[in-house]
Design a protein around this ligand. Structure first.
Ligand SMILES: C[C@@]1(CC(=O)O)c2cc3[nH]c(cc4nc(cc5[nH]c(cc(n2)[C@H]1CCC(=O)O)[C@@](C)(CC(=O)O)[C@@H]5CCC(=O)O)C(CC(=O)O)=C4CCC(=O)O)c(CCC(=O)O)c3CC(=O)O
Ligand SMILES: NC(=O)C1=CN([C@@H]2O[C@H](COP(=O)(O)OP(=O)(O)OC[C@H]3O[C@@H](n4cnc5c(N)ncnc54)[C@H](O)[C@@H]3O)[C@@H](O)[C@H]2O)C=CC1
Length: 291
């Protein structure tokens, strides 16, 4: 099945056309400086706050104090610069005025529907936790590691399964990806300084070289990059139109596999040291017993 989906994404347009419709657009929505209204203060609202806190949006949490669960209350206390509590029940269309996004998470389906319709009239994107059919977009199960963001969605068909599939994806990660991406980001920034310009032949060359480096280096090798090594990688690589190895830029090939959590050389020497220590301890113990 996975293969099938990949095929649809990567082969000819005719192949992709077979799978048109029925899905959602998966995008990373930038909310910097935007105003997000969350209506409700229960379990789902607290999850919504946590999701939106990963962005740079201003959150307005509209719910009566006596309906807040402890987690929501705590989030309001912890992040006063990001979350403003509006202590009341939803009163009418003026509540959505100037909002860029609205999320309802209330235990009142009729009110939720009314809020959605108000948002629709005002052209404000809206998610109603209890009415999938009326949502402009769905939430999904998320994995986050710095700039790495992975979302699993079943398009409203099986929310619990999203969490289980997310766990499987999480298990397949080495835990170094976020760090590696940060370093790749720093490398791309320096490359653009060295070879500036948007598009054109220089843009093509930059993309080709960056893609080649990403393909040939391991994730764990990227994590070693510091400013000095980045300069060397650009001197020896970009300037000479080739991809140097990690050793050539002053790093070392530490890991047997991307997922290995200890350096091979340190790992081996630790094992030898451990075995030697164990032999000495056992010998001393046996000698003492004999006396
Ligand atoms: C359509 C959608 C709208 C939206 O909320 O955006 C929606 C709708 C509904 N969920 C309901 C139930 C449950 N939702 C969860 C959990 C999650 N639900 C999430 C998303 C979504 N839920 C959107 C579609 C996502 C998709 O399919 O890809 C997750 C992924 C993200 C998040 O909410 O942040 C988060 C897991 C996060 C994580 O753990 O990683 C659990 C399990 C649990 O709580 O442990 C249950 C109980 C078990 C079950 O029903 O599966 C019901 C009530 C159904 C009823 O009354 O029977 C409705 C309304 C309905 O379906 O009518
Ligand atoms: N999308 C999802 O993942 C899930 C959705 N749900 C649905 O989400 C909804 C919320 O679930 P929970 O957070 O568990 O509910 P909850 O009962 O814990 O919280 C409801 C909150 O809404 C507030 N509220 C009610 N009417 C309000 C109004 N008019 N104005 C402002 N605040 C109001 C209450 O004070 C309370 O804080 C339910 O309809 C539930 O069926 C439930 C589980 C998962």
């Amino acid at each position: 099945m996975t293969k099938f989906l990949f095929t649809a994404m990567t082969t000819t347009p005719e192949g992709a056309l077979k799978h048109i419709g029925g899905g959602s657009l998966l995008i990373a929505w930038q909310l910097d400086g935007k105003r997000v209204l969350i209506v409700g203060g229960g379990v789902v609202a607290s999850q919504r706050i946590e999701s939106i806190l990963t962005t740079d949006a201003s959150i307005f949490l509209l719910a009566p104090s006596d309906g807040l669960i402890a987690r929501t209350r705590r989030l309001i206390e912890l992040y006063p610069d990001h979350v403003s509590h509006l202590d009341r029940t939803f009163s009418g269309p003026e509540e959505i005025h100037n909002m860029d996004m609205v999320l309802t998470a209330i235990d009142d389906a009729e009110k939720s529907r009314q809020i959605v319709l108000m948002c629709r009239a005002a052209k404000i994107p809206v998610n109603a936790a209890d009415i999938p059919d009326l949502c402009d977009f769905y939430f999904g199960s998320q994995i986050r590691d710095g700039p790495l963001q992975i979302m699993v969605s079943t398009n409203g068909k099986g929310p619990k399964l999203t969490a289980l599939i997310k766990n499987r994806v999480q298990e397949s990660l080495a835990g170094v990806e976020g760090d590696a991406i940060m370093k790749v980001g720093a490398l791309r920034k320096k490359l653009k300084e060295r070879a500036p310009g948007i598009g054109g032949p220089i843009g093509q060359q930059r993309m080709k070289w960056m893609s080649a480096v990403c393909e040939q280096w391991k994730m764990t090798e990227f994590t070693q990059l510091d400013e000095e090594m980045i300069e060397k990688l650009l001197d020896e690589g970009w300037n000479k139109k080739r991809v140097p190895t990690i050793e050539e830029v002053g790093g070392y090939r530490l890991y047997a596999e991307d997922g290995a959590s200890f350096p091979l050389n340190v790992g081996l020497s630790s094992i030898i040291a451990f075995c030697a220590g164990a032999i000495v301890t056992v010998s001393v113990f046996i000698l003492r017993q004999r006396r």
